[in-house]
Design a protein around this ligand. Structure first.
Ligand code: ADP
Length: 179
């Protein structure tokens, strides 16, 4: 586990997001919200069919926005589904859209009074966003939310691989002091 030198409420860890007990875990979903591969598939498998049934009632989610559901059989109380951008070379506003995903998640965190939230690395799997570019965007939005929301006790990034954890650690170390 890596503690942020400037805010010990931000934690980086390697593991499986579906096993994390938090007020909410974040799903890197697709616009249908009806399940998919990667972390989305893992969350639906672990949560059970109740999650898909609730997702069907939401009628999808546009890229950059977020929706909240129950956690069903997950140890997390809620799932916040957000749809990251597909990387298309970086000239289609992908960086801004990724930042908007994190921002949309934290709006729901605020509205629902949640105190802990755990994220995967949104868009850096099947959606091919380069993780070295995604990590500083993710961490910047998390630090901004921590500064804004006193209710937040813990923001965790759960990286699937040791290599991904290293990238986030580097990004955190070079992020400098909060603005
Ligand atoms: P996207 O379509 O947004 O790129 P993916 O699920 O393909 O989403 O990948 C996002 C990240 O989630 C990748 O780094 C992938 O390795 C990671 N991942 C996949 N399964 C899990 C899991 N169970 N827990 C945490 N991270 C996961």
């Amino acid at each position: 586990m890596t503690q942020n030198p400037t805010d010990d409420r931000l934690v980086l860890t390697q593991g499986n997001l579906t096993q994390v007990a938090a007020d909410a875990i974040v799903n890197a979903a697709n616009t249908s919200l009806l399940g998919g591969g990667g972390v989305d598939g893992a969350i639906h498998r672990a949560a059970g069919p109740g999650l898909l049934a609730e997702c069907r009632t939401l009628h999808g989610c546009p890229t950059g926005e977020a929706r909240i559901t129950g956690g069903y059989h997950l140890p997390a109380r809620h799932v916040i589904h957000t749809v990251g951008p597909v990387w298309q070379g970086g000239h289609r506003g992908e960086r801004g859209t990724l930042a908007r995903c994190y921002h949309s998640v934290f709006e729901l965190v605020e509205r629902h009074g949640l105190r802990s939230v755990a994220f995967p690395s949104i868009s850096t799997g099947a959606y091919r966003f380069p993780i070295s570019e995604a990590a500083p965007i993710a961490l910047r939005e998390m630090r901004a939310a921590l500064a804004r929301l006193p209710q937040l006790e813990r923001v965790t990034v759960v990286l699937f691989s040791a290599a991904d954890l290293d990238v986030y650690r580097q990004a955190l170390a070079t992020a400098g002091v909060p603005t």
